[in-house]
Design a binder for this molecule. Structure first.
Ligand code: NAD
Length: 481
């Protein structure tokens, strides 16, 4: 039985089609969908960027990109040839008139039209305007925009307003690739497809939640960009916030895009302002593994955080009293993203001599090995008496998928959702604005106080103060591994 859901024939234009993101993620991802049989014959991918190049030049660039960034599929040379035959290229200037007439001529009227804005956000307005002026986009067309979506509430509002001049909200797909991960959707299946979890999903049974997105890389090479952003803007406002929403939202009445997003929005709006002493900012120090953050950022006086740990509260009936601890950083001990739902201790044990603290923990891993497990307590097997041990109950069944059924990567899945017209896993404009409205005062507070981040060792779990954030409440962070 094929698990591939067919999509309609499409013309997908990738503005910035020669850029890093297009070569590293978008096109190799599209090739995998092509191989899975999800790119209907007659569909076309049109690269549009500044460089002068013809179709063959672009095809060669993408062959090389697949060879460099593809996985197993890069060995399929026949497949690559059939795939690149579906590529076209138009040299275009987002801010001028060059190339637009040619693009207009290339587009067909009877297929799905999608436009991926894989360019700097400062060009979004110019692209939207020209797509319209040249009659290339119609009311059915879709546009895909990349992060960063603004750098604060004011810029996000301005960007939303610019896009809204030419496109309805139903046509705008704001990418957060965390939402495209298999496990993130599995989280919704586990929550809303079982009788077991939802009755316990509240402050009566859950002690706290931890969300960790840890990276081992520093900011080498993109320090100048990152230094103007920091962990709050680069990771928390978008990715961690989205994960928090999916954990905390009320059950939507249907799995419809706006119904789901309405529930996420309510979570963001219920987030309390964060007390300054509930936040730990960090910056990695120089080490054997590499230079310090300040050297990487080429800014010896930088106060930008490369690490952030914080305790958040959602002021609603379900979550009052349950802390949500968020943590993210660069140059940490492992590349690992995990959400852990830590249930409360049993109030009483009937097993004599059992001094260990047993807890149910639902762990949702996004990286490196996507999967989900539930820590449960059972009797230690064997004749040793009534001894208890904690064992993980594997709920990911990744093996059951089989080797040829590899779950699509986040980008592939999301691009296919665009073609299908399904916005469930994309951020709506009001969600993004609400997230900035929560983030802005926190950042403004740091700036007003000239808050200096704490130094931490590369390869560690972050500054000592981040440990204390939990320790002083009798809790501890999950190991980053
Ligand atoms: P890049 O600098 O590698 O590529 C930029 C692309 O835009 C090139 O194809 C270039 O030709 C094109 N371009 C620039 N000016 C143009 C103009 N005036 N008219 C037409 N085309 C023009 O950038 P990138 O890393 O591919 O990133 C693209 C977007 O994706 C950015 O908004 C970035 O923030 C976002 N993003 C990138 C990554 C990543 O991993 N690279 C991850 C997340 C988000």
């Amino acid at each position: 039985v094929s698990r591939v859901i067919p999509v309609e024939t499409f013309d997908l234009v990738i503005f910035g089609g020669t850029g890093d993101l297009a070569r590293r993620k978008i096109l190799p991802g599209l090739f995998r969908r092509f191989r899975a049989g999800q790119m209907p014959p007659g569909s076309r991918i049109i690269g549009a960027a500044r460089s002068e190049m013809d179709d063959d030049g672009y095809r060669q660039m993408i062959r090389e990109a697949i060879a460099e960034f593809g996985g197993e599929e890069k060995k399929d040379s026949d497949g690559i040839e059939s795939f690149v035959a579906q590529l076209r290229y138009v040299a275009i200037d987002a801010t001028g008139e060059g190339g637009w007439a040619q693009l207009s001529k290339l587009m067909r009227g009877d297929v799905v039209r999608a436009f991926y804005f894989s360019v700097a956000p400062s060009l979004f307005g110019a692209l939207a305007e020209r797509l319209h002026a040249h009659g290339i986009a119609d009311s059915e067309s879709r546009i895909v925009v990349e992060k960063p979506f603004g750098r604060d509430l004011a810029t996000a509002r301005a960007l939303n307003a610019t896009l809204a001049e030419h496109f309805d909200e139903q046509q705008i797909y704001r990418i957060d690739h965390y939402l495209g991960k298999e496990t993130v959707q599995n989280l919704m299946a586990v929550r809303f497809g079982n009788v077991l979890f939802e009755p316990l999903w509240n402050s009566h049974y859950i002690d706290h939640i931890q969300i960790t997105v840890a990276e081992t890389v520093g900011v080498t090479g993109r320090g100048a960009y990152y230094d103007k952003s920091g962990a709050m803007r680069d990771m928390v406002q978008n990715h961690l916030m989205q994960l928090l929403c999916l954990i905390a939202m009320e059950p939507p009445s249907t799995y419809d895009a706006d119904t789901v997003r309405d529930e996420k929005l309510k979570v963001i709006r219920a987030l309390q302002p964060v007390e300054p002493h509930h936040i730990v900012r960090g910056q990695y120090d120089a080490s054997a593994q590499g230079p310090s953050y300040r050297e990487d950022a080429e800014n010896p006086r930088s106060f930008t955080e490369s690490f952030l740990a914080m305790k958040c509260h959602i002021a609603n009936w379900r979550w009052a009293t349950v802390p949500f601890y968020l943590r993210t950083g660069k140059r940490l001990k492992a590349r690992s993203s995990e959400i852990a739902v830590v249930f409360k201790d049993l109030g009483h044990t009937i097993f004599e001599g059992d001094t260990a603290r047993h807890r149910n923990i639902l762990s949702i891993r996004l990286q490196p090995n996507e999967g989900m497990d539930l820590q449960v307590t059972i009797k230690e097997p064997g004749p040793g008496g009534m001894r208890l041990v904690d064992v993980p109950l594997d709920m990911s069944f990744a093996e059951a998928l089989g080797p040829d059924q590899e779950a699509p990567d986040a980008y592939e899945r999301l691009i296919m959702d665009v073609i299908r017209g399904n916005q469930t896993l994309f951020m709506r404009g009001d969600e993004v604005e609400a997230a900035w409205a929560w983030t802005d005062p926190i950042i403004e507070g740091w700036e007003a106080r000239n808050d200096v981040p704490k130094l931490y060792d590369a390869g560690s779990a972050g500054p000592e103060d981040a440990m204390m954030l939990l320790h002083r409440e009798g809790r501890r962070w999950r190991d980053i591994k």
